[in-house]
Design a protein around this ligand. Sequence first.
Ligand code: ADP
Length: 641
Amino acid sequence: MIVISLQMQRHIFVYVLLTFLYNNVRAGITSDSCINRVDSLLGIVTSLAPSNPTLAIEVCRAGIKLSEDCSDTLSLIEFKTLLGRSYTMTANYPVALKELFEAQNLARKIEDTSGEAFSIMSQGNVFFYHKLYTEAHAYYSKAIELAKTCGDSILIGSASHNYGLTFFNAFKNYDSAFYYLNKALNIFIAQGDSAKVLFTLYNIGSNYYDQAKYELAIKYIQEAIQSSGKYLGNAFYGDALITLGDIYSRQKNYPLSEKYMLKGLELAKQNNMLYYVEKGYYYLSNHYRRKGNFPKAYEFSSKALNLKDSLEKRDVANKIAILKIKYDLESKEQEIKLLTTEKSLAQEKLKKGKILQNITILVLVLVVIITILGIKQFRIQKRFNEKLQKQVYDKTHELSYALKRAEKSDELKSKFLQNMSHEVRTPLNAIHGFSELLSEQSDSSDAQKEFASNIIRNSNYLIELFDNITLISRLETNDYRFNFNQFNVYQFLDTLAEKFTYRSQEKHHGQVEFVFGTENVDVELLINNDYESLKIVLYNLLDNALKYTTSGTIIFKAQKFDNYLLFTVSDTGIGIPKEFHMQIFEKFRKFNLLDHKFNRGAGLGLPISKLITEKLGGEIWFDSIPGSGSNFFVKIPMNKA
Ligand code: ADP
């Protein structure tokens, strides 16, 4: 086996470094040459690190410089992590942690999750070598999680391997330790990484050794040290030999055990692996004790104790230093977290501000749209209103014109009717007069007398009709003259009652009783109103009562109240159907056309009465039950102003 001395290794390194520096100057730093050179340096570091960490440190420093010149942050992170790992191997833990922490921060900054996981795992190593297994355990767990997020299987394998070791060292949880070591082993086998496979086998063997499962331990460790421990690195090869030596010693295979242990001790010493040296002394002491060589046993025992003492002292100092660094790191991390939270808060605020801004813009846009629509709507509305106004104006104009025309034509019609009535009334009067003369002639036959009275009756009806037409026309055209005078109301009523008592008797021959009565109407009572007009009103009502009653009673009553008189004409006649109540005071309305008995009349009496009553300052109304009778009421002031 060719063993390269430290001196020789240093020469090789200086040669490699000089070659790199020369190439840099000659070729200038181009991106291609950068990638090549960085890759080569990384390769050198990886192969040097396990066996010669001191040299690896120097190559890492060159790698850091080159990465910075090439602005290759990813490689910078990797070199820094490898530098930290190499410092760990040389037991310079504070510097190791500093580099690893810087690497982690850089990786986090550029979101290089894989780089961050690698540096965290390497920080775990620092704690591991200080036997701060619980801390190391936490770091490895974090590294596994991160490695999983970026799917870096090499890292998952390495971190699982180390995680398994902490189960074994920290908690003596051999099952979990085996689970993770085996998981790592499978990953390394799949990757064809022989060095890592053998190293894992060595650790699985140690796991079994600790459980006193010596046969399994021998099986795994023997496999791990194949090819004279070439892949394991001298330090671990030494430890493996010491462990195997102890097992053989326990199995009383003394020659083999001594050979393994002494060789292992030598390798541990060469690599300055003092823990393994102390372990070697201790196992050798036990070995000699078993063999009964007590002086040797004593010699190694005291060596072991001395070394243990100094190691423990160093350990205590280191532990304190490392815990302080850990504390500092944690505070820094806290600070970073705080800053990150603040940053994300600020970003959140910014985001919220943006949202608010967008909402404001949206609202403004909406307001503008609504305003535009509003203005448009307003204009449309305005135009519509103007059009409507014009239409209303035109219509009003048209209507007022039509009204004027209607009024005019109504007036013309009334005038025509007045003239006509006058023109017709004159010959009618003559007919009436001559008929009377004819009926009074003593030499007239009975038949002639009968004809004459027929002519008289019909001409009377015609005269009455024409009188009514003339009257309503004059009332409507304000051509009718009212004469307000003082008169004795009792006498007025009495005359009227007398006339209708007579007419009732004449018409109904006692079938209808006519009753007249007053309340509070003094025989001397004088009122100021239009005698003739009031007579027309009451005459019409009494005439209707007489006309539409065939049996029963007609009551004509006058009541005096404070300042008005109320006249009531009640009958037990045919009554007025409900559906006609609203139209009763309209012109030419007749509601008993089917019954010839009651067919006489033109439907003018009530409209004339209403027009006159209102002109007299009074009111007229009625109630009626069809089949039972009607009550007509007229109320007039006693002193028309
Ligand atoms: P007319 O000359 O036909 O009686 P009016 O204007 O006096 O005209 O009455 C209009 C209609 O009202 C009558 O045709 C009749 O149908 C009805 N009417 C008026 N008074 C009475 C009443 N006392 N009893 C029943 N019906 C009446």
